[in-house]
Ligand binder design. Structure first.
Ligand code: FE
Length: 173
């Protein structure tokens, strides 16, 4: 019994697999340094947390400081969202994602993200898998984003604001 108790706080004693990647720890996920927010459109920014090029997904915070239609897009793969601040909705659904809420967007969804009047700031953590495939109301392709365009955006922005292009490397796995 005493042995078990002693063991309970003992760290795992074996080495990790030699090919395992390093963990990522981000102390201020919602950053105080404004330069960390990467501009993505007027009054829209994202903050990278994990840019997983080996599995083709990215984890980021999306921040919006305006009302209106943000984007219409299709998801070939699932998306997970957690609303940290404010609220938003999709024109195609009758629910609103609100502060503290979780959203699962299944593969096959095409929807139009809207932030309504009166919301000063919206921040949501999204895990986006594969691509954001931007479309018009009839599904015609307008553009796309994937983990590689995200990495490029970050690198260019961090270079420009003086953090250095390699600032993004800490988020890449
Ligand atoms: Fe979406």
């Amino acid at each position: 019994m005493t042995d078990e108790k002693d063991n309970s706080r003992m760290p795992y004693q074996l080495p990790f697999p030699k090919d395992a990647l390093e963990e990522i720890v981000v102390p201020n996920a919602v950053p105080e340094d404004e330069r960390i927010w990467v501009p993505q459109a007027e009054n829209v920014w994202f903050r990278p947390l994990c840019l997983n090029r080996s599995q083709g997904y990215w984890m980021n915070l999306l921040r919006v400081r305006k009302s209106g239609v943000l984007s219409r897009h299709r998801h070939p793969q699932a998306v997970h969202g957690f609303v940290i601040k404010g609220k938003w909705r999709y024109l195609e659904h009758d629910w609103t994602a609100e502060e503290g809420g979780y959203v699962y967007e299944p593969p096959g969804e095409t929807h139009t993200l809207v932030v309504d009047e009166g919301v000063e700031e919206m921040i949501t953590m999204f895990q986006v898998n594969g691509v954001m495939y931007y479309v018009d109301p009839w599904g015609e392709h307008q553009g796309y984003e994937d983990v590689f365009t995200k990495i490029e955006n970050c690198r260019a922005h961090y270079e420009e604001v003086g953090l250095g292009g390699d600032y993004v490397d800490q988020f890449i796995r």
